[in-house]
Design a protein around this ligand. Structure first.
Ligand SMILES: [Fe+2]
Length: 214
């Protein structure tokens, strides 16, 4: 579903213009498949926000953050690995050795620096949602969860069980987060890749947080 008209009605004119300017800019900078994934992640995120965030019709800032975080979550992927490594080592403090060298994670960690530099975005909630979309985190906010789930379930994704997960995202987003996180762990292992050292801690945290709706 295209939520553009709904978004336009709810965001203020400055927020909508910023969103449209960013959309236009990334259309020039991203490969077509990455641009499509970014737009579809935003569509899915907006759908989840309307479904699960009770104040969505009055909280313009939340909707704006959902749109920007989802649209820019993979912005770091416009850069090559070496450029990402340079940016992270020069500008991002507090990362572990694993985080600095894991290419699949680097684009998420570098993105807050890049979106501030390129679009003037200076918002901690947006930075967190983007940084956490690869590995997840303990204590994820609603915004973090929406972006994490939407990245994995947007309309262009296709893998076993995805239809079940999409339905679950509408009914029980907490259980959906657990299932999507699980599926991500299995995917990483199936590729013989290393898991982030915090994975078991995050898994246990998410396990304790989901609500079983019957
Ligand atoms: Fe993504």
């Amino acid at each position: 579903m295209d939520y553009t008209s709904k978004i336009k009605k709810l965001l203020n004119s400055r927020q909508f213009k910023e969103l449209e300017d960013i959309r236009t800019a990334i259309a020039q900078k991203m490969e077509e498949s990455l641009y499509r994934h970014s737009i579809q992640t935003m569509d899915f995120a907006v759908m989840l926000a309307f479904k699960h965030y009770p104040d969505i019709y009055s909280d313009k800032d939340f909707l704006y953050k959902v749109c920007i975080s989802a649209l820019l979550h993979d912005y770091g992927k416009i850069l090559e690995k070496q450029d990402l490594l340079d940016i992270v080592s020069r500008n991002i403090k507090g990362l572990s050795y694993f985080e600095k060298t894991c290419y699949a994670c680097l684009h998420g960690y570098a993105a807050p620096f890049l979106i501030k530099r390129d679009f003037g975005i200076n918002d901690k909630d947006i930075y967190n949602a983007i940084s956490r979309h690869t590995t997840g985190s303990c204590n994820m906010s609603i915004l973090d969860r929406i972006v994490y789930i939407s990245d994995k379930l947007e309309a262009g994704r296709n893998y076993n069980n995805i239809e079940h997960l999409r339905k679950l995202s509408l009914i029980n987003p907490d259980l959906c987060l657990l299932e999507v996180y699980k599926s991500n762990i299995i995917y990483v292992i199936s590729k013989n890749c290393a898991l982030h050292p915090d994975t078991s801690r995050i898994w246990n945290y998410i396990c304790g947080g989901y609500k079983n709706v019957t």
